[in-house]
Design a protein around this ligand. Structure first.
Ligand code: ADP
Ligand code: ASP
Ligand code: MG
Length: 820
C-alpha cells in the first residue's frame, strides 16, 4: 500500500483535479494499492478562516466569500461529473454542505462567538468538499473510490487547532476501515480528525501531510508520497531563492530539520511516524510528474551534497535572560524551561553563553508578551536584586539554518556560512549548532532574511557562479561607457569568470529605474525613458537599501557633490561603493577616515581607484607596495591630462595662451581651463595619494604654486580669462626660455616627500622621467625602499571616458571577487 497525499495547489481547479484523478487511475491500472489523502482546494482554508472571522466580527461581507467558495466547488462538479445519472445527486451533496456552512456562519454573525472548536468544524468544510469531489470524479472515471471523512479514522484529543493524535484508537480505526474496503480507493480528507466524542478537530495548518503519514504509519505502508507544486524538497524555498534546485535524497533527520526550520513543503510532525516505521517519503510534483522528486529515507545517497538545504523562519522574537545571577544559580535554566513548558511555548532555538551569563531563545512573535510576563513573574526577586537584568525581547528577527547530516565530517562549513553573512554585512545576533551538527542556525534581523538566504545558498550551492547587483547613478559619458562595456563583456564574464553583472538600479538626472531581473545595458536609455520614473536621489538610495540584495555595489559615475554625503549610509547598509567621484575622499580627513572605517566595519568595499590617473592602476599599486612592507619615500606625478598636454606641447614659437586654447578646443581641459590651471584638481589627487600613503592630511595642507596672474584668476568669464592669460604669455615664454637654455623643460609636478605635499611648475632636465612625457599622458613615479635606485613608474592616458569606465568596471569586478 502506498499513501498518496495531494496538496491544495494540486486540486485547485477542475483541470488539476482531472489531472490528479488521471495520475491515480494510472496507479490503480498498474496494480498498485493506494490510499489517497487530499487537502482543501488551494486557498480555501484561508478563505474559511477569513469568512468565520468576518462573520464573528458582525460583518456580512463573509457572504461574498461564501458565494465564491460555493461557486468554486460547483464548477468542479459541473465540469468533471459529466454522467447525468450521477451529477444531480453529487451536486446536491455539495449544495447541502454549503447550506450547512452558510447556517453556521450566520450563527457566528449573530452570536459573534467564534470558539476554536467551531473554527475547526468550519475549516473541515474545505477538505470535506475536495475529498468528496475527488472520490466522485475518480469513481466516475472508472476507478472504484470511496470518500472518507478522516473524522471516522483519526482520533485526537480536544486541542482544537492543533490536536494530538491518540495512536491506539487511530490505528485500530484505520486498520478496520481499510480491511473493510480493500477494493476501493479511499479518498481521505487531510487535516481533520475528531475527539472520542466525535467532535471535529484539526491537526494544524498544513496538517494534511501529517494525515497521510498517520495513515501510512498505522497501515505500515510501503511508501508515502507527498504530491505538491515543486519538484521535491529544494535546496531552499524556490519562491525566495531563484537558483534553488531539488535535492534527490535526504535522511529523515534532514527532512525533519528542514521542515522544523521553515521549509513549508513538509509539515513538521509528518516525518516522525515515517521514521519510526522506516517508511520512505517521496516528494513529487503534481505539475511535473516525470521529475524524480525527493526520496526521504533512512539511506540517503552518501554522494549527495554535504549541505542539503537552507531553511528560514521569517519572523521570530529573541528573548534573552542575562545577568550575573545565572552563573551562581544552577536552577535558573531549569526554572526557565519550566516557564516555557507551563506557557506551552515552543522555542525554535536556545543558546547559552559559555560563561553562563546569558541564555537566549527564539520564539514565535505572538508568544513574546506572555513569555516576557511569565519570566518576569518567575524571576521577580532576582530581577529586583539585580541578579538578573530585565528580560529583553527583540522583535523582528529571523532564523537561517544550514542543514545536512554530513556537515559534521567536513570542516569549514560554519566558516563558509558566517563568511557569506559577514561579507554581506549581515550581523549574527545569536547562533546555535546542535550537537548532531546536522543544523547550524543563526538569528539575524528580519529585513536581512532574503539577502541571507541568497548569499548563503550561493556559497554552498553555486560557488562557481555569482551575481553582482549594481546600482548605477550617472549615465553621462563615463556611465554610459560603463554600461556599454558591461554589455560587451557580459557573455565573456559569465563563461570565464562565472560572474553575472546585473544592473538592478539605474538613474540619471532625469529618470531612475529598478528591475530585479536586470536592466538591459544595451537598451538602458530606451528602458529608462519608457519605464523609468522621475529621478530622486534619496528615493533611489532608499529603494536600493530596501531591496537589500546580496553582493550589491553602488556606482557613482558623477562628479556631483550631492551624492557623497550619502556614502556613509550606503556603506552602513552593507553596500559596496565604486566611484570616480573624488569629492568624498578629498574633503575633510575625518570624513575620509569615517567612510573607510564604515566600509571595514560592515565588511564591504569602498573603492575609488579612478580618482587618480583614471584607469591607470595607481592607488592599487600604492596599496600593494605598502601592504607588502615597502616604504614610500617619494611620490611625484603629472596627475592631470590637461596640464600634461599644455606643458608637453608648450614649445618655441607658440604662445602659452594659444596652447591652452588648443587644449581647450581638443577637449583636454575643463570648459573653464582655470579649473585645471589653478591646480585644484591636481591638489585633490595629491591629497588622495598622501592619505593612501598613510598621511593624515587636510586639503589646506597641499601647497599649490599659483602660475596664473591674479587678473586672470579674477576674470569674470572664460573669454576675459583668455585675454588676461595672453597678457602673461611673455612671462611663461621667459620661464620656458630660461629652462630651455639649460636643456630643461617645464612640467607642472605634484610631489609628496617627507610629509610635504606640493604642486609646482618645475624645470626638469633630460635625466628626469617626466622630461619625455608627451600628449596628455599621466605619469606617477614612486620612489620607495624597494624602488629607490630605479623608481617605479606608471604612465599612460589618465583621462577619458573609455579608460575611466574600464577602471570602474575592473574595480566592480574586484569587489565581486572579494564578495564571492
Ligand atoms: P501543498 O499545498 O502542496 O501542501 P505547500 O504550499 O504547503 O504545498 O508546500 C509547498 C511549498 O513549500 C512550495 O511551493 C515552496 O514555496 C515551499 N517551500 C519552502 N521551502 C521549500 C523547500 N526547501 N523545498 C521545496 N519547497 C519549499
Ligand atoms: N488545508 C489545510 C491548510 O491549508 C491543510 C493542508 O493544506 O495541509 O492548512
Ligand atoms: Mg503543505
Amino acid at each position: 500500500m502506498k499513501v498518496l497525499k495531494f496538496g491544495g495547489t494540486s486540486v485547485a481547479s477542475p483541470d488539476r483535479i482531472h489531472h490528479v484523478a488521471s495520475i491515480l487511475s494510472n496507479y490503480v491500472q498498474q496494480g498498485e494499492q493506494i490510499a489517497v489523502v487530499v487537502s482543501a482546494m488551494g486557498k480555501m482554508t484561508d478563505l474559511l478562516v477569513k469568512m468565520s472571522e468576518t462573520a464573528a466580527n458582525g460583518s456580512d461581507a463573509y457572504l461574498e466569500d461564501l458565494q465564491f467558495f460555493s461557486d468554486k466547488h460547483r464548477e468542479v462538479v459541473n465540469q468533471l461529473i459529466t454522467d447525468s445519472s450521477r451529477h444531480p445527486a453529487i451536486l446536491q451533496e455539495i449544495i447541502d454542505g454549503q447550506t450547512e456552512l452558510g447556517n453556521l456562519l450566520h450563527g457566528l454573525y449573530l452570536t459573534r462567538d467564534l470558539t476554536p472548536r467551531t473554527q475547526d468544524y468550519i475549516l473541515s468544510f474545505g477538505e470535506r468538499s475536495s475529498a468528496f469531489i475527488l472520490a466522485q470524479v475518480l469513481d466516475s472515471y472508472g476507478t472504484p473510490a470511496r470518500y472518507v471523512n478522516a473524522k471516522e479514522i483519526i482520533r485526537t484529543d480536544d486541542k482544537f487547532g492543533s490536536a494530538n493524535v491518540d495512536w491506539n484508537c487511530t490505528s485500530e480505526a484505520i486498520n478496520r476501515h481499510f480491511a473493510q474496503y480493500p477494493d476501493q480507493v479511499s479518498v481521505v480528507t487531510g487535516f481533520i480528525a475528531s475527539t472520542d466524542q466525535g467532535i471535529t478537530t484539526t491537526l494544524g495548518r498544513g496538517g494534511s501531510d501529517y494525515s497521510a503519514s498517520i495513515i501510512a504509519s498505522c497501515l505500515k505502508a510501503e511508501e508515502i508520497q507527498i504530491w505538491t507544486d515543486v519538484d521535491g524538497v529544494m535546496t531552499a524555498d524556490p519562491r525566495r531563492v531563484r537558483q534553488a534546485f531539488p535535492v534527490p535524497t535526504m535522511s529523515y533527520e534532514e527532512a525533519m530539520e528542514m521542515s522544523h526550520f521553515g521549509a513549508r513543503v513538509i509539515y513538521p510532525p509528518t516525518i516522525l511516524p515515517a521514521l519510526e516505521q522506516d517508511i520512505p517519503v517521496r516528494i513529487k510534483n503534481t505539475f511535473n510528474p516525470d521529475a524524480e522528486g525527493t526520496l526521504i529515507s533512512s539511506k540517503p545517497d552518501p554522494y549527495d551534497t554535504t549541505v542539503k538545504g537552507i531553511a528560514s523562519i521569517g519572523n521570530v522574537s529573541l528573548v534573552t535572560l542575562e545577568g550575573s545571577g545565572l552563573f551562581t544559580a544552577s536552577t535558573i535554566s531549569a526554572r526557565l524551561f519550566q516557564v516555557l513548558a507551563n506557557e506551552k511555548i515552543n522555542a525554535f532555538l536556545i543558546t547559552q553563553g559559555s560563561s553562563q551569563h546569558s541564555i537566549c531563545f527564539a520564539i514565535r512573535p505572538e508568544d513574546s508578551e506572555s513569555t516576557k510576563l511569565a519570566m518576569e513573574s518567575e524571576f521577580e526577586l532576582e530581577i529586583k536584586s539585580n541578579w538578573i537584568r530585565p528580560i529583553k525581547v527583540e522583535l523582528d528577527r529571523a532564523i537561517i539554518s544550514v542543514i545536512g547530516d554530513n556537515m559534521k565530517s567536513q570542516p569549514g562549513i560554519s566558516g563558509k556560512f558566517f563568511q557569506a553573512l559577514g561579507k554581506n554585512g549581515i550581523n549574527v545576533i545569536a547562533t546555535a549548532q546542535g550537537s548532531s551538527e546536522r543544523n547550524i542556525s543563526v538569528v539575524i534581523r528580519k529585513e536581512d532574511e532574503a539577502k541571507a538566504l541568497t548569499a548563503v545558498h550561493d556559497v554552498f550551492f553555486l560557488s562557481n557562479y555569482y551575481t553582482l547587483n549594481l546600482f548605477v547613478v550617472g549615465a553621462g559619458l563615463v556611465g554610459s561607457t560603463l554600461l556599454r562595456q558591461i554589455q560587451e563583456q557580459a557573455e565573456f564574464l559569465m563563461e570565464t569568470q562565472f560572474v553575472e553583472v546585473k544592473v538592478v538600479g539605474l538613474a540619471n538626472s532625469r529618470k531612475m529605474l529598478f528591475d530585479l531581473q536586470g536592466i538591459d545595458p544595451e537598451n538602458w536609455s530606451k528602458e529608462l525613458g519608457e519605464r523609468g520614473k522621475t529621478s530622486d536621489l534619496l528615493g533611489f538610495i532608499q529603494e536600493m537599501k530596501e531591496l537589500n540584495l546580496p553582493n550589491s555595489v553602488f556606482v557613482d559615475n558623477t562628479a556631483s557633490g550631492l551624492i557623497p554625503p550619502h556614502y556613509g549610509g550606503i556603506l552602513e547598509s552593507a553596500i559596496s561603493i565604486s566611484t570616480p567621484n573624488k569629492i568624498a575622499v578629498s574633503g575633510p580627513y575625518h570624513e575620509y577616515s569615517r567612510l573607510k572605517n564604515l566600509a571595514d566595519k560592515h565588511s564591504v568595499k569602498f573603492f575609488y581607484e579612478t580618482n587618480v590617473g583614471a584607469g591607470l592602476p595607481v592607488l592599487t599599486t600604492l596599496k600593494d607596495l605598502i601592504d607588502s612592507g615597502d616604504r614610500i619615500l617619494k611620490i611625484e606625478g603629472v596627475l592631470s591630462g590637461s596640464l600634461s598636454y599644455i606643458f608637453n606641447t608648450f614649445r618655441e614659437g607658440v604662445p602659452f595662451s594659444s596652447v591652452v586654447e588648443e587644449a581647450q578646443t581638443l577637449g583636454y581641459t575643463e570648459p573653464d581651463p582655470r579649473i585645471d590651471l589653478s591646480g585644484k584638481d591636481v591638489a585633490r589627487k595629491l591629497l588622495i595619494l598622501a592619505r593612501e600613503s598613510g598621511l593624515h592630511m587636510e586639503p589646506e595642507d597641499i601647497e599649490v604654486e599659483n602660475i596664473l596672474p591674479q587678473a586672470a584668476l579674477d576674470a569674470p568669464d572664460v573669454p576675459n580669462f583668455m585675454e588676461e592669460l595672453k597678457k602673461a604669455d611673455g612671462d611663461f615664454e621667459a620661464k620656458r626660455q630660461a629652462a630651455a637654455a639649460e636643456g630643461k623643460v617645464l612640467r607642472f609636478i605634484a610631489t609628496l616627500e617627507d610629509g610635504q605635499a606640493k604642486i609646482s611648475l618645475q624645470a626638469l632636465d633630460g635625466e628626469n622621467p617626466f622630461y619625455n612625457l608627451s600628449g596628455s599622458d599621466n605619469m606617477i613615479v614612486f620612489t620607495s625602499l624597494r624602488y629607490r635606485d630605479r623608481p617605479l613608474v606608471i604612465k599612460g592616458p589618465g583621462a577619458g571616458a573609455e579608460v575611466t569606465a574600464a577602471g570602474v568596471f575592473a574595480e566592480i569586478l574586484r569587489i565581486g571577487y572579494y564578495l564571492s
